[in-house]
Design a protein around this ligand. Structure first.
Ligand code: G6P
Length: 368
């Protein structure tokens, strides 16, 4: 394995650092062709114009990619998008609008619950399914009319990293493509979105360079029993993903909340033993997030803030700040997931857990 790992200690660390490459490989087809239906398969040109809404089905980290996509799809494409955990959807009397496209997201393409949810959606009357998948010719894309293959390369670490960020690229491409199909995205906007994608691998590389600073934080987390992750809007799913990564590989209990919801419960948990990680890029919700942070500080909670250069945060008593690169706008989730992945990785190292094969978990869950 040491040959395959190169300079890295674990597959997870290697895969975190492969993200600029995984992203540029996945973006390539978009940069070459623009946001065109053909990105999603031969039949997409004929099928996408009939799509009036989107239903996303997935599990685990892939589900959080779906939650992020909901923000893009509703705002850029202007169509309804709902996102469901596959294992829940498959057992409820769901309402199906046949004009709504089912989008499954699965790194492996073999997750049983996601596959069964897809079959159930077809049974309920959905006629068009798109698979966003990293493994070619796996079961889920084979059962779908449309497919977008992410080009993350093989992912070995049980905790998903590069698959997630490339899924986000696929979903962003879907949102813009649907926006064009619906006549909502102008040529000028499309050029702006392409430009943003072109710069993404570079911004992700900047975020990776923060590893030494994040490692210093990890030592403070390693002794804790709990952690809380906060984000708002597009970054709430990133907070969820950060909490999931920490749980999966360090076995520290972690949960995530949209920061505005703090006052409705989790604030009761906050004291000096509860580290609170905040994803706080300079977006339209920044001032709201800042006031949520004051609520935490007032209860003695220690804040660990990931803020981009434009957020204007300074360190103070109980407030630690790491600056991610300049704000990258709508693609900011792909940049802000990097530091939470690195944090989980180094906390796990400090606790001496089996990073690539965490207890009780499997890379691909093909049983119920
Ligand atoms: C397992 C893995 C997770 C993954 C989830 C969904 O739980 O440990 O990392 O997010 O399955 O897998 P999929 O292959 O469908 O994306």
């Amino acid at each position: 394995a040491s040959l395959e790992l190169g300079p890295y200690s674990h597959f997870m660390q290697k895969e975190i650092h492969e993200q600029p490459k995984a992203l540029s490989d996945t973006i390539e087809a978009v940069l070459d062709n623009g946001f065109v239906p053909a990105l999603f398969g031969e039949k997409a040109e004929a099928l996408l114009p009939g799509v009036e809404g989107i239903k996303i089905l997935a599990c685990g980290t892939s589900y959080y990619a779906g939650l992020t996509a909901k923000y893009w799809i509703e705002s850029i494409a202007g169509i309804q998008c709902d996102v469901e955990i596959a294992s829940e959807y498959r057992y409820r009397d769901a309402w199906a609008d046949p004009r709504h496209m089912v989008v499954t997201i699965s790194q492996s393409g073999e997750t049983l619950d996601t596959m069964e949810a897809l079959k159930y959606a077809k049974h309920l009357g959905h006629t068009v399914a798109l698979s966003i998948c990293n493994v070619r010719e796996s079961a889920i894309p084979r059962a779908s009319e449309l497919v977008f293959y992410t080009r993350a390369g093989a992912e070995i670490g049980v905790a998903s990293t590069k698959a997630f960020s490339t899924q986000l690229v696929a979903l962003f491409a879907l949102a813009v493509t649907m926006g064009k199909v619906k006549g909502r995205v102008t040529a000028e906007q499309e050029a702006g979105y392409l430009d943003a994608l072109r710069h993404l691998p570079g911004s992700v590389q900047h975020a990776l360079n923060l590893e030494p600073q994040i490692r210093a934080w990890a030592d403070l987390f390693a002794a804790k029993n709990d952690a809380l992750f906060l984000g708002r809007g597009l970054h709430y799913p990133i907070a969820l993903e950060g909490a999931l990564k920490l749980k999966e590989i360090s076995y520290i209990h972690a949960e995530a909340y949209p920061a505005g919801e703090l006052k409705h419960g989790p604030l009761a948990l906050v004291d000096e033993n509860m580290p609170v990680v905040v994803i706080a890029p300079n977006d339209s919700l920044l001032e709201k997030v800042k006031s949520n942070m004051q609520e935490v500080r007032a209860r003695g909670g220690e804040l660990f803030v990931f803020a981009d250069l434009d957020s204007h945060f300074s360190e103070s008593e109980g407030v630690h700040v790491i600056r991610t690169p300049r704000h990258v706008g709508i693609l900011s989730p792909m940049v802000h997931v990097i530091p939470v992945q690195i944090l989980a990785y180094h906390v796990a190292l400090a606790r001496g857990t089996d990073v690539d094969k965490p207890r009780n978990l499997a890379k691909s869950v093909t049983v119920e």
